[in-house]
Design a protein. Structure first.
Length: 82
């Protein structure tokens, strides 16, 4: 797996987790909403979701940083497999 393929896999994993997190928050919010008596004090759903910061894209790396990480991973694989 190349570093680019690895980053694509990480992005897909992060997006799936972000969707799952939003679904769980939605479920929790709606469950709590129906149990509340005083709805005037209940926070708006959008404000609850806005508090959860989901990083859509990882920060970019320089080619030198990617090479250093690839070398580190290769070295650890060599040590573990030896």
């Amino acid at each position: 797996m190349t570093p680019h393929e690895l980053m694509l896999a990480v992005e897909v994993y992060n997006r799936k987790n972000a969707i799952k997190t939003r679904e769980m928050l939605t479920h929790a919010y709606l469950t709590a909403y129906w149990q509340r008596i005083d709805r005037r004090k209940f926070p708006r759903f959008k404000s609850v979701l806005d508090k959860v910061k989901i990083q859509e894209r990882p920060r970019t790396q320089t080619p030198e940083q990617m090479l250093a990480i690839a070398k580190m991973i290769h070295q650890r694989m060599q040590e573990g497999g030896g």
